[in-house]
Design a protein around this ligand. Sequence first.
Ligand code: GRF
Length: 202
Amino acid sequence: CRIVVLISGNGSNLQAIIDKCHLQDGAEIVAVVSNRSDAYGLQRARAANIAAKVLDHKAFESRESYDKALITLINEFQADLLVMAGFMRILTPEFVTNFSGKMLNIHPSLLPKYQGLHTHQRAIEAGDKEHGASVHFVTEELDGGPVILQARVPVFAEDTVDELAARVHEQEHQIYPMVVTWFACGRLSMGDGQAILDGNIL
Ligand code: GRF
């Protein structure tokens, strides 16, 4: 399974996937692509001898033209799976359709709760006792594709946003590599807008 990971920043999830999936169970990360040249995750890729590419969105006139170039770049690596790991861009319907059933994302909330940004702050402000992260297939609906696996963490009364985010991140690093391995092993697919693991609808 040839995997391309898309990032915009630190890439701690990328690191977890490198550590737990890369060159194991038939999975190979063939490239890491960032829309920002200063993304620390690019250094993580190079340190693991993985091709690190920058496609700067500021060099493009429109979202459509950027996503087209991104498809071309990804296709050069003949990816079977696209893993979004903190890629901070909204994708065009054309892009999502192109990789339908082959694209995973991790979102820092218990979806369908808190789609979009500032999820940790919103969970604290709502007084939630529980928060977490979700790995899901990407569909046209932003943060709305079928959920594959979630991790839950407690929210404590005195939690700051940073403390809660760190607790969630730790769990992300457990569940994302697990899901990538399922896909690479052929156990996971998307059909009729549903996630299917070992023949069972999730
Ligand atoms: C994570 O919180 C993930 O849930 C969200 O973006 C963040 C990426 O963090 N989609 P990192 O770059 O993997 O450290």
